[in-house]
Design a protein around this ligand. Structure first.
Ligand code: MF3
Ligand code: CO
Length: 253
């Protein structure tokens, strides 16, 4: 049996991961500014590809397990892995999750944001705000000596405390010379459990929060995950390095 070991990164490697994640952050900023009623999710894909190549990086998702696009764009009740489409046109009040990764100089970057299209309902906005808060609280737990599920528990308690649920079918992950490395970072768990966090761990922490039930299903396309009950879902992700001086959010602009 292969033991899934957590690969610790040197400061020089963390610098490379920062570069890749900075490109992700910059491209996500460009994309966020292009989210507006009437824009198709395929337009976002095209902009993304151009902005990525311009910065000398390779889109990480394209070709990953056969995934055909640079971006995952998940609208409303879509949770993650929504595929860009010409016919999927954003409308005022939608919420859209944009998930993006690159590889640059052998190291990966990965981050996601959820934004409203124009103005959305107070409840949808609250879902977005709470999911972002889950990520912020999770990052505060990402420090040397804490346990992995301290991160997970922070996400779960924030989401459930707000009356929402966390998705269990998808998890965060280590990131480095691979997009997905050990350990898995669930969005639920018991505080004080899981592996001890060490200097040099780099984690992609990605709360996925549903307004309704936590159950999800995969559509016929084999990728798009949607909430089983049709409720809205939000997703934020940052790649975070754990250092002796605390967490560094590598994918923050
Ligand atoms: N950020 C997501 C993840 O880490 C998306 C990658 S899935 C892909 O799982 F297949 F599209 F690459
Ligand atoms: Co990820």
């Amino acid at each position: 049996m292969r033991i899934e070991e957590v690969i610790l990164k040197t400061p020089a490697e963390i610098e490379k991961l920062r570069r890749s994640n900075q490109i992700v952050a910059e491209v996500l900023e460009v994309l966020k500014a292009r989210v507006s009623p009437g824009t198709s999710t395929m337009e976002l894909e095209r902009i993304c590809e151009g902005e990525t190549r311009k910065r000398g990086a390779r889109p990480a998702f394209k070709g990953y397990n056969g995934y055909p696009y640079c971006l995952c764009v998940s609208v409303n009740h879509e949770v993650v892995h929504g595929m860009p489409s010409e016919s999927k046109v954003l409308r005022e009040g939608d919420i859209v999750s944009i998930d993006f990764g690159v590889c640059c100089d052998g190291y990966y970057g990965d981050a996601a944001v959820t934004v409203p299209v124009g103005e959305t309902t107070p409840e949808a906005q609250r879902l977005i705000d709470v999911t972002l808060r889950c990520l912020e609280l999770a990052i505060e737990e990402a420090r040397v000596g804490n346990r992995l599920y301290d991160i997970s528990h922070a996400i779960q308690s924030c989401a459930e405390g707000a009356g929402f649920s966390v998705v269990r079918a998808f998890v965060g992950h280590g990131i480095g010379r691979e997009l997905h490395e050990a350990p898995q970072v669930p969005n639920f768990g018991s505080p004080g459990k899981g592996i001890v966090l060490k200097e040099g761990m780099v984690l992609a922490i990605e709360p996925m929060v549903n307004a309704g039930d936590s159950a999800v299903k995969i559509l016929e396309d084999g990728w798009t995950a949607v909430t089983m009950d049709g409720s809205l879902s939000a997703h934020f992700e940052h790649s975070v390095a754990i250092t002796k001086d605390g967490a560094i959010v590598l994918s923050k602009t």
